[in-house]
Ligand binder design. Structure first.
Ligand SMILES: Cc1cc2nc3c(=O)[nH]c(=O)nc-3n(C[C@H](O)[C@H](O)[C@H](O)COP(=O)(O)O)c2cc1C
Length: 181
């Protein structure tokens, strides 16, 4: 069955390591017959959630107008969501985290999502796997809260400069994961 996959990226660095992970995953998913679109949170203006609890009461997901109101319908139409991101301070970059924070609106607005599964593609400058512990724990707790099945986590440690990830096994793994969806 063909799936509608939404890939949320976190890096402001165009063509950087996590962007390449996202593109590899998308290439694999498209080869398998799925539709995959990339939403670059760092190119958008998404402010932090204000906990005003008025989500969806004014016709849009968030009562404060920003680009989350363009993202929300894309989330509602997706069957799968993928987070493709660099590790920033052992966690999600603030641009992506702001979008995730506003997922609160789906709960407060009682919007049921079609999303059944998710994946995490994350790269880091340091070579240590344990640097990913925090972001993986957050990702798993978010997936559990949203009732999304984890379809795969790809960690890509040791890539610091923009093109470091080129020709790496990590890109092959990301493409294989996309193809296996
Ligand atoms: C603000 C900032 C915070 C970072 N924090 C970490 C970190 O906690 N651990 C780490 O290993 N690398 C860290 N890095 C390095 C990036 O994860 C690494 O350069 C990554 O490849 C960037 O991915 P991109 O090319 O997709 O932007 C940080 C980089 C920046 C700019």
């Amino acid at each position: 069955m063909s799936k509608n996959i939404l890939v949320l990226t976190g890096s402001p660095r165009k063509g950087g390591n996590s962007d390449k992970l996202a593109d590899a995953f998308i290439a694999g998913a498209q080869k398998a017959g799925h539709t995959a679109v990339k939403f670059t949170t760092a190119d958008k203006n998404i402010k932090g959630c204000r906990n005003c609890m008025t989500c969806y009461s004014k016709g849009t997901a968030c009562s404060f107008q920003d680009d989350f109101n363009s993202l929300a319908p894309m989330v509602e139409q997706a069957d799968m969501i993928v987070f493709a991101t660099p590790l920033y301070w052992y966690s999600f970059p603030s641009q992506l985290k702001a979008a995730i924070d506003k997922f609160f609106s789906f709960m407060i607005g009682n919007r049921s999502l079609k999303i059944k599964e998710c994946a995490l593609l994350v790269c880091s400058g340091d070579k240590i796997e344990s640097g990913f512990d925090g972001i993986i724990a957050s990702y798993r707790l978010i997936a559990n809260q949203m009732k999304w099945r984890d379809s795969g986590i790809i960690t890509a440690p040791g890539f610091f400069a923009k093109d470091d990830i080129l020709n790496s096994e990590s890109l092959k793994k990301a493409e294989a994961l996309g193809f296996a969806i």
